[in-house]
Design a protein around this ligand. Structure first.
Ligand SMILES: [Zn+2]
Length: 535
């Protein structure tokens, strides 16, 4: 097979057309068969499939074809290929690349075709003798050429368009554009595309980058909430005069911002949404996509924490050397209380007030604290200050946690005793009675020891469904209506009111046969139609 090198920024379709015109023989199906082993295929303008067939052709591997001659890098960067489905679909012919990229649902109606700048194309034709479709102009949502300030033309694909033909455009009509924002935006799109070829896909990092810049613009509250209405207002002001046409109409409301900026359950947003948002956020500077270091505030916090640990070991080392607390405080800037606590926890002797009492007293305090004594009770019993007791407790490893657990056990025990006593006093109580009368004890056990609660409460009873005794009601109503002896003018509503029917005469008459018969007899209710059984 003869070789034809692809041009810089050339789309795969463009290369195939050139191949057909320069190397191919006869009908288009011969070219298709030669390149893709199929007689008929359609080549998507920017997400084509069958790319594996081009491996080693034109001196490129399949990966280079994907990176340099399709929009795969752009879609990959914005998270459309996290599970490698898109790449797989593009390399092979097994799946639809548009659905693999997850963009079919984005409700954007871009025209399906190959876009080109007539001036660029003509220039290329004059310089090299053959035109070329530029892959960068295929970016969805890009409508103008930033070099020549003119609108991009399009050759439609699909059944009513190009279908499977391999051809370059014949028309070079130029429609100039005077919208500076559109031109800068087009340049921004091309710059971003170039950057995405060099960066890996990291949706989380991208998310942090956006939020970092939003914080800079004061659009995030202290509670990390987005000031959405303000954000939409700013974008709306920024995009005044920007033509949201050619498929971009639905984006002018900026409803896409919510899903784009909320990372939870991350679903990729169409690249054009990122481009429109980032164009404003980065103030038209595509290079900010590369400023990853700005977007890692959380990692900075982590590194600070890591640095804090050597501080701790440094202080311990200084304490072991016998440096005074005042001296260590001066060097490290840490409080005396913190330094004393470190020395206590690590069993290093020091000469502060905390060691004014003998070691025997200290051990006694710890023992009583372990037994769950109250701090005040310990202080009184050992004749020491409350502050001393509190310091010893907090400076003894795991003692606070131990006392917390003891406290919880004590409360569980008290709640259990309360419920058991109530059970003895009220053997007929149902579970709901315990909940209502001993609410606090009930819920303490519910939260801390569900099994114990279940074993203490009486067994669950089946709900008792009350059945209405319609025969009694039937008797009562028929009797009342008979006593009333209504005349012809009295309406059913009036009768119902006088006999206090509770709505039964109109809604539940089928349950009241005797009353129904009486009402039919009185002509207040229509007779049910007789079923005609005779032939
Ligand atoms: Zn151009």
């Amino acid at each position: 097979m003869k070789s034809l090198e692809p041009l810089a920024h050339e789309s795969i379709y463009s290369w195939v057309v050139r191949y057909h015109l320069q190397i191919g023989v006869g009908h288009e199906k011969n070219t298709y068969r030669q390149l893709f082993n199929y007689e008929k295929i359609r080549i998507h303008p920017y997400l084509p499939n069958h790319v594996q067939c081009l491996d080693k052709l034109g001196g490129n591997t399949a990966d280079v074809w994907l990176e340099d001659h399709t929009l795969y890098p752009l879609f990959k960067f914005f998270g459309h290929d996290l599970n490698n489905k898109l790449k797989q679909a593009m390399l092979t012919h097994t799946g639809n690349t548009v659905s693999a990229a997850n963009i079919a649902q984005s409700r954007l109606c871009f025209e399906y075709g190959h876009k080109y700048c007539p001036v660029c194309l003509k220039e290329h034709l004059e310089q090299t003798g053959i035109p070329r479709y530029d892959i960068r102009y295929q970016i969805p949502g890009m409508t103008v050429c930033p070099r020549h300030n003119c609108e991009l033309n399009i050759i439609k694909c699909g059944d009513i368009g190009l279908d499977r033909r391999l051809t370059f455009p014949k028309s070079f009509a130029v429609i100039p554009t005077f919208n500076p924002l559109l031109i800068i935006f087009a340049q921004f799109c091309m710059d971003v595309f170039a950057i995405t070829k060099q960066l890996p896909c990291d949706p989380l990092l991208l998310h942090r980058l956006y939020w970092h810049h939003l914080e800079k613009r004061n659009l995030v509250t202290l509670g990390k909430q987005l000031r959405m209405s303000l954000l939409v207002l700013e974008l709306d002001n920024f995009y005044q005069g920007f033509a949201f046409t050619a498929g971009l109409e639905s984006l002018s409301s900026f409803h896409f911002l919510g899903p784009l900026l909320r990372y939870r359950a991350h679903k990729p947003s169409h690249p054009i949404k990122h481009l429109i948002f980032a164009f404003w956020l980065f103030d038209k500077d595509a290079s900010l996509f590369q400023s990853e270091q700005d977007s890692q505030p959380q990692q900075v916090e982590c590194s600070e924490q890591i640095q804090a640990k050597p501080d701790e070991t440094g202080i311990i080392a200084m304490l072991r050397k016998g440096l005074s607390m005042a001296h260590i405080e001066k060097i490290t800037g840490k409080s005396r209380c913190y330094i004393r606590r470190l020395s206590e926890i690590n069993g290093i002797e020091h000469k502060s007030n905390l060691q004014a009492f003998s070691n025997r007293i200290r051990v006694m305090v710890i023992l009583k604290a372990k037994l769950g004594w109250h701090r005040k009770a310990i202080a009184e019993a050992l004749n020491v200050g409350l502050g001393y007791v509190e310091q010893v407790i907090s400076n003894t490893k795991n003692l606070v946690l131990w006392r917390k657990k003891l406290h919880e056990l004590k409360n569980i025990n008290a709640a259990l005793k309360e419920l058991r006593r109530a059970k003895v006093l009220h053997p007929s109580w149902l579970r709901k009675d315990f909940k209502a009368q001993h609410n606090k004890a009930f819920f303490y056990l519910y939260r801390h020891d569900r099994e114990l609660l279940e074993s203490t409460l009486p067994v669950k009873t089946k709900p008792h469904v009350l059945r209405h005794d319609w025969s009694m009601e039937d008797e009562r109503l028929s009797q009342a209506i008979s006593n009333l002896a209504p005349d012809d003018n009295m309406s059913l509503t009036a009768i119902a009111q006088l006999v206090h029917d509770r709505g039964h005469l109109k809604r539940k008459l089928d349950h009241l046969p005797k009353t129904k018969a009486l009402l039919i007899e009185l002509g207040k209710v229509a007779k049910p139609p007789q079923k005609n059984t005779s032939r």
